[in-house]
Design a binder for this molecule. Structure first.
Ligand code: ZN
Ligand code: ZN
Length: 456
């Protein structure tokens, strides 16, 4: 199996600084997070929630239902779908033998699991099309670099049992809506790579072209290998020689059969009618073996001044009309798409999309003394259950510390319960903005707080 080379000095230098840093932090080197993995900490999760909620809400609007499948699957599932010749299966998969000697893999993409689940759960007996979405981690042992992690997350949508090009269009429309509503400027690249009927002829022509004298020798080593296994992939190689060679390659559109041509034209017409901008990209082939017909990719529109070659792909998808049958199911035309959560999050962080604030109308409950603390704990539960946004710092003893925390949280009101208030059966209510304090009857605390919150 080919392996990625370590990029020498840079990594060593990075590792050295990293080790020094760890020594200062006091964490043993052996306990450190794996390379290419990421912790998503506190506030950053608000961006994640925003992306996942936007995508899920839109999926539901268009009639998709949520499905969850295991992260571990039989290795064979990916060999048979993603494909032996794909980089994912040949180089990047986390695959191993478990305690029972079974060959299993951490999923490198979500689609194969959904196809398996569709067949295994007898969904072919449900009313069609069957539309589903799923979100969760995928694992690829890639060279870690900016925006690329070995554990990343995808939002995935599939439409089973729909041959109409409306389905292909619908996926692009939803993706377009997700990104525009997250205020991310995208470019949609569209192509059609032909079906079982017409692709064979094209592959012959394409292979013939690359095997012409002089051409083959100029290909990179990966492409020389792909030429026999998956020649379409030569069209999306990023090596300079291969890029210049593909300019002379025969274009696939010239070989599409009538049915493919008709469906592809329909997809483009829908995009035009709905004013969704797209680029026809005849070199777009996607890296997986199972695609047939329409394929598309969504890239972030880059600031041309900042763009250092290569666009950031936010997602993509297409048709895979033969996969269900290939797995042993009934012939079922299917299409799907996957969006990368990490990259989308990275993009919205720079786009300045406003996050929903949850710090309005916070009521802080402060206490002084152990008896007051116990009573405050009960009051806290009561206020919380009545729907108020109540916060506390029961582990703190000092009132000063608690008021500081109330300020840091942006509390509107602070309730203060001390020994004196306990004796008088009262509680102190403090308006954090004006600093005005008032003693109120303990029994009336809830109605008083609600009155002040609602007066805003
Ligand atoms: Zn065709
Ligand atoms: Zn190449």
């Amino acid at each position: 199996m080919p392996r990625h080379k370590n990029s020498g000095n840079n990594n060593q230098r990075r590792d050295f600084f990293h080790k020094e840093e760890l020594k200062q932090k006091g964490l043993s080197e052996k306990l450190v997070r794996l390379r290419g993995m990421k912790d998503v900490i506190f506030e950053e999760n608000k961006y994640w929630d925003l992306v996942i909620k936007k995508a899920s809400d839109l999926a539901e609007v268009y009639g998709f239902k949520k499905i969850q499948t295991p992260i571990l699957e039989p290795l064979e599932l990916y060999r048979k779908s993603t494909g032996e010749s794909s980089d994912i299966v040949s180089k990047e998969m986390y695959a191993f033998v478990d305690k029972n000697g079974e060959k299993i893999a951490l999923r490198p993409e979500i689609t194969p699991s959904l196809v398996r689940a569709y067949i295994e759960n007898g969904m072919l007996n449900m009313p069609h099309p069957v539309k589903m979405y799923s979100v969760g981690p995928i694992f690829r042992h890639e060279k870690p670099q900016a925006g690329r992690y070995r554990q990343s997350h995808q939002f995935d949508m599939e439409i089973f049992g729909e041959a109409s090009p409306v389905a292909d269009f619908l996926l692009m429309l939803i993706a377009y809506n997700i990104f525009s509503e997250l205020q991310i400027d995208i470019e949609l690249q569209v192509n059609n790579i032909g079906c079982k009927q017409c692709r064979g002829e094209y592959i012959k022509k394409l292979t013939g072209y690359y095997k012409e004298r002089g051409n083959r020798a100029r290909l990179c080593n990966d492409c020389k290998r792909r030429l026999d296994k998956n020649p379409l992939r030569l069209l999306d190689c990023k090596e300079a020689n291969c890029i210049s060679l593909k300019e002379g390659a025969p274009p696939i559109v010239d070989f599409l059969c009538e049915d493919c041509k008709k469906k592809f034209t329909r997809v483009l017409e829908y995009l035009d009618e709905m004013n969704i901008p797209y680029n026809l990209n005849l070199n777009l082939v996607r890296g997986l073996d199972y695609y047939t017909g329409t394929v598309f990719e969504i890239t972030a529109k880059e600031d041309p001044e900042k763009n250092q070659g290569g666009q950031l792909s936010l997602g993509g998808g297409g048709r895979y009309d033969t996969l269900v049958e290939f797995f042993g199911g009934r012939p079922t035309p299917t299409c799907g798409l996957a969006l990368g959560i990490e990259r989308t999050v990275a993009k919205i962080k720079t786009s300045g999309v406003p996050l929903e604030k949850d710090d309005k109308n916070i009521i802080f409950l402060a206490q002084l003394g152990d008896a007051a603390r116990r009573k405050a704990m009960l009051l806290f539960e009561e206020l919380r259950k009545s729907g108020l946004k109540v916060k506390q710092a029961f582990t703190r003893d000092s009132l000063k510390d608690q008021l500081e925390e109330a300020n840091a949280l942006g509390a509107k009101l602070t309730l203060i319960l001390g020994q004196k208030e306990m004796n008088d059966k009262t509680i102190l209510i403090r308006d954090m903005e004006s600093g005005n304090q008032e003693v109120i009857d303990y029994k009336k605390v809830k109605t008083e707080v609600e009155k002040r919150i609602n007066a805003v």
